[in-house]
Design a protein around this ligand. Structure first.
Ligand code: SAM
Length: 240
């Protein structure tokens, strides 16, 4: 990692109240592996060091905002792609166990190999679609948290994520700016699926100032067994 990118990471994380200094070597190794992976199979649209550091690493760390991961142990990252937010979170929190999920096997293999290369024993990637995995008893109603970044609109996220959670568990969704319509639809979907929206926090991405929103849903009771609907339907026909 070049010194300018390292400074951006330090400053960006500091704005979030996070000291990355002890983890800088691991972030540098992650950056190198991501760039190498990108050269082989286009994993992420972000290519430059400042972009990767701010829009992947620091952006992922904003998930710690509000303390919603405190008290958790098992965390699913739904639609992890190249490993975000899982990998930055797992670097900072060895006490949390992450299960990054993605339907694209190539991406899951990249996350698995990268976690292994970084010596992250708290990352267990899983290939598959949320609609199918949450039909398996070992993945339904099991997890304390689901984190999700840049995957779908709120009603779709609610249908895909809430079945993973135990009652009392939280979905922490990292979004850009959201419209009142999307929020309303998300609130109605949460209700239908056994949850409710408990927090909506608008904030700015450190250094760049881009608008971000953290939406937190709590699962109150078991999700009705008819959900999620079969593969692809939550996206094609959102509940609300
Ligand atoms: N979270 C990552 C990030 O922020 O960089 C990746 C975001 S990418 C835009 C969305 C990812 O979600 C894709 O890798 C896609 O394969 C995955 N995905 C979408 N729907 C899914 C589903 N139903 N089950 C599992 N993975 C899904």
């Amino acid at each position: 990692m070049n010194p300018e990118a390292a400074d951006l990471l330090r400053c960006g994380a500091q704005e979030l109240g996070i000291d990355v200094e002890p983890a800088l070597d691991r972030f540098a190794a992650l950056l190198a592996l991501l760039q190498e992976g990108n050269a082989r199979f286009n994993l992420t649209a972000l290519k430059t060091e400042p972009d990767i550091v701010l829009k992947h690493f620091v952006d992922s760390l904003t998930c710690f905002g509000g303390g919603h991961l405190e008290g958790a142990h098992q965390v699913v990252d739904l639609g992890t792609g190249a490993g975000f937010p899982t990998l930055p979170l797992a670097i900072m929190r060895a006490d949390l166990m992450f299960t990054p999920v993605d339907s694209t096997r190539k991406k899951v293999e990249f996350v698995r190999a990268t976690a292994e290369a970084l010596g992250l024993h708290n990352v267990r990637p899983l290939a598959g679609r949320a609609e199918t995995l949450t039909r398996q008893p070992k993945h339904r109603d099991r997890y304390d948290r689901v984190v999700v970044r840049a995957v779908a609109a709120l009603p779709v996220l609610a249908e895909l994520a809430l079945p993973f959670l135990r009652p009392g568990g939280l979905l922490v969704a990292q979004k850009g700016p959201i419209s009142p319509e999307e929020l309303r639809a998300g609130q109605r979907a949460a209700g239908e699926l056994g949850g409710r929206v408990i927090e909506v926090e608008a904030f700015s991405l450190p250094v760049l100032g881009d608008a971000r929103t953290l939406v937190v849903m709590e699962k109150l009771r078991d999700t009705p067994s008819k959900y999620p609907r079969r593969e692809g339907v939550p996206n094609q026909q959102p509940l609300f």
